[in-house]
Design a protein around this ligand. Structure first.
Ligand code: UDX
Length: 459
């Protein structure tokens, strides 16, 4: 198949590279000439494990190319994917669809044959209808079949998610278009990934409903974690105890400092706007958004609480700044609200992150960035583990403890067992665990005990 991918952001680049790896001919189009130049020279603009190699291999094999010239790429394609950004519109939280509609108009004028036009960007219900209308108005003779095909990629695991999806969702009422989409995804559903074909509006809603449900699951367990602290229960055991129920499932039940990133915050807000516009309030999601926002700042207060006498003049080392591991993405990262709360309380903040410093710097100008967790901990009054990067999972706790002014260790991802932290001479503070003087009661399991890994996303 010949595919044009409009937009070389996160979704466009990963999808384009993966489609070319399936053997399709893919041209990725972007208006940003500097980005296209860089991609042509093998420099990928985002950090995503495995992406560099995938791009390099498919470019070398002649299946993947990059251009700023939309016309020829579209004219030649059997399928055109729209994968441009849909940021939150300033002021009202609606998804900003100007890039999607702009792309639709340009595509319309470039179409030369019957073509499937696929919206891959996350777009509100009804956007496909509008794209169809724009194309018909701009090029009345063009034959475009407009399809919705949302993506469910997680940053840091995007290539794996693309190649081994739980499902592929295709929204179209046009059988020819469905057939072309089946052809494009053939390597995947031969591999047993279910292809769910629905109406276009349904497919658009599936994406938002999935993200809102996952955000709800995380927020639910975060509130249960707060309750655990009050009643002397252990949230990791609660997660395990409820997650073993197949109706609930174990994933996205890891308590943490609140969800962030480019999708959940933006998509939950956009879904609420759609619900409001159609007088079908989603009260659960409204609460999720509020609770999650409050939680990020509450994590700052938790750190201050751990310091007993307050944070003024204290030095606090934050380990892991990105919203999750294996990405350099700082969008809506909980670390931003934590830094803010700590600064407001008069603390000095140091930060360490394996990949995110460049993105973090402008967002937290008063933070002193360090080259290692050990440098950040030197003389500090507290360490706060915010994001569970692998390099932070095997810290030399004794070494940290020895170099700190005060040995306070706040683990916002529950990576380290409290005993291990205390044995290293550190004072442990975590999420959703009994106070350290009460007895822990093990949850009985009939099968082999399942250990909670504390990982997010792929667990
Ligand atoms: C998400 C969806 O998973 C993906 O399907 C969609 O296409 C885009 O949005 P992503 O934002 O990359 O992907 O990250 P994800 O791994 O889902 O994590 C989102 C946030 O939730 C992170 O801040 C993470 O730390 C947090 N999280 C996740 C938890 O706090 N606990 C969990 O159990 C899982």
């Amino acid at each position: 198949m010949r595919i044009a991918m409009i937009g070389t952001g996160y979704v466009g680049l990963v999808s384009g590279a993966c489609f070319s790896d399936f053997g399709h001919d893919v041209v990725c189009v972007d208006k940003d000439a500097a980005k296209i130049d860089a991609l042509r020279q093998g420099v990928t603009p985002i950090f995503e494990p495995g992406l560099d190699k995938l791009v390099e291999r498919n470019v070398a094999d002649g299946r993947l190319s990059f251009t700023t010239d939309l016309g020829p790429a579209v004219a030649d394609a059997e399928a055109v994917f729209i994968a441009v950004g849909t940021p939150s519109r300033r002021g009202d939280g609606h998804a900003d669809l100007s890039y999607v509609f702009g792309a639709a108009g340009e595509i319309a004028r470039a179409l030369r044959q019957p073509t499937v036009v696929v919206t891959k960007s996350t777009v509100p219900v009804g956007t496909g209808d509008e794209v169809e209308r724009i194309i018909a108005a701009a090029a009345p003779d063009a034959k475009a079949m407009v399809v919705s095909n949302p993506e469910f990629l997680r940053e840091g695991a995007a290539i794996e998610d693309f190649k081994r999806p739980d499902r592929i969702v295709v929204g179209t009422e046009d059988e020819d278009a469905a057939e072309i989409m089946r052809e494009i995804y053939r390597p995947l559903y031969l591999n047993k990934a279910p292809l769910v074909v629905t109406s276009r509006r349904t497919a658009e809603l599936i994406k938002y409903a999935a993200n809102a449900f996952l955000a709800t699951k995380i927020t639910f367990i975060n509130e249960i974690a707060d309750l655990c602290e009050r009643v002397g229960a252990d949230v990791q055991d609660v997660s395990r105890g409820i997650g073993l129920d197949n109706r609930i499932g174990p994933k996205f039940l890891h308590a943490g400092p609140g969800y962030g990133g480019s999708c959940f915050p933006k998509d939950t807000l956009a879904l609420l706007k759609t619900a409001e516009d159609h007088q079908a309030p989603l009260r659960i999601i409204e609460s999720v958004v509020k609770v999650n926002d409050l939680r990020k700042r509450a994590m700052g207060r938790k750190v201050i609480g751990a310091l007993n006498g307050g944070a003024r003049g204290k030095t606090i080392a934050l380990l892991g700044l990105t919203f999750k591991p294996n990405t350099d993405d700082m969008r809506d990262a909980p670390s931003i609200a934590i830094v803010q709360a700590l600064h407001d309380a008069g603390a000095k903040v140091r930060g360490y992150d394996p990949e995110g410093v460049e993105q973090a710097r402008p967002l937290m100008p008063d933070v002193e960035f360090c080259a290692s967790p050990y440098e950040a901990a030197e003389g500090a009054d507290a360490i706060v583990l915010v994001t569970e990067w692998d390099v932070l999972r095997a810290l030399d706790l004794k070494r940290l403890s020895a170099s700190m002014a005060r040995p306070v260790f706040v683990d916002l991802r529950n990576i380290y067992p409290p005993e291990e932290v205390e044995n290293a001479g550190l004072e442990w503070h975590g999420l959703g665990k009994p106070a350290r003087d009460s007895k822990r009661v093990d949850v009985e399991t009939v099968a082999a005990p399942v250990r909670s890994s504390g990982k997010t996303g792929g667990v």
